[in-house]
Design a binder for this molecule. Structure first.
Ligand code: ADP
Ligand code: MG
Ligand code: MG
Length: 205
């Protein structure tokens, strides 16, 4: 029912928040090498803001929860990530509008809408060495469906993030480094692998 949909959504969000917070030093260290060193701090600030308001999500639909998260991240997270996560959650939430208890196919559809919005706003595609190199392969696994689609999606995100270490950056601050970024993974893609892995582990339980 509706309360169960909200509870599972909130459990998944809490797992994502904890994972982002735990990864903060590593994400910051990596962004320091290939960007401006604020990614971990940006995302941890967003995680803290969502944690502070999450009890208020319990009576909301999944669509409304994602819309609220979008507004909060837009307000507190700076940098490119703030704008990209805000638009991703806004569009994903809009795709769930009117669905009290989304099915897996609804979540896959919402994820596609959110990730496509990131690609549009960032003017980026697969292989540009951004968070999309984790997000796009993950969404494909979700759309393929099956009982372990989310676990497959999380693994695809992890593999996609690791593969960014071999890619030349074409978007964002890393692009100013050019070949000097090669050898390290894109921190935004790493972050996606971190939180999606935590979400998948929690929802598999
Ligand atoms: P900033 O570069 O503004 O400090 P963040 O550190 O918050 O931004 O986020 C950096 C991450 O954002 C990158 O590692 C990359 O994954 C992602 N990113 C940067 N530019 C783009 C873009 N144009 N499209 C998609 N993702 C991007
Ligand atoms: Mg940065
Ligand atoms: Mg910055």
């Amino acid at each position: 029912g509706d309360a169960e949909a909200a509870r599972r959504t909130i459990d998944a969000i809490l797992a994502a928040l904890a994972a982002v917070e735990a990864a903060e030093p590593a994400l910051t260290a990596n962004d320091r090498e290939v960007g401006d060193g604020d990614l971990g701090i940006n995302l941890a600030r967003g995680a803290a803001a969502i944690r502070a308001e999450i009890e208020g999500y319990r009576t909301l639909s999944p669509a409304a929860i994602l819309a609220r998260m979008s507004a909060t991240l837009r307000r507190v997270v700076g940098g490119t990530s703030g704008a990209l996560y805000a638009v991703m959650l806004l569009r994903a939430g809009a795709a769930l509008d009117g669905i009290a208890a989304p099915a897996k196919a609804d979540w896959a559809h919402a994820a596609r809408a959110g990730v496509d919005a990131v690609a549009a706003l960032g003017d980026a595609k697969l292989g540009d060495r951004t968070m999309l190199d984790a997000l796009l392969p993950a969404v494909e696994r979700l759309e393929a469906g099956g009982s372990d689609a989310l676990a497959r999606g999380a693994r695809a995100a992890r593999e996609g993030a690791e593969a960014t270490a071999g890619l030349r950056p074409r978007r964002g601050r890393s692009s100013y480094l050019g070949d000097r970024a090669v050898g390290r993974p894109d921190p935004g893609a790493e972050a996606v692998a971190v939180w999606l892995g935590a979400v998948a582990d929690t929802l598999a339980k």
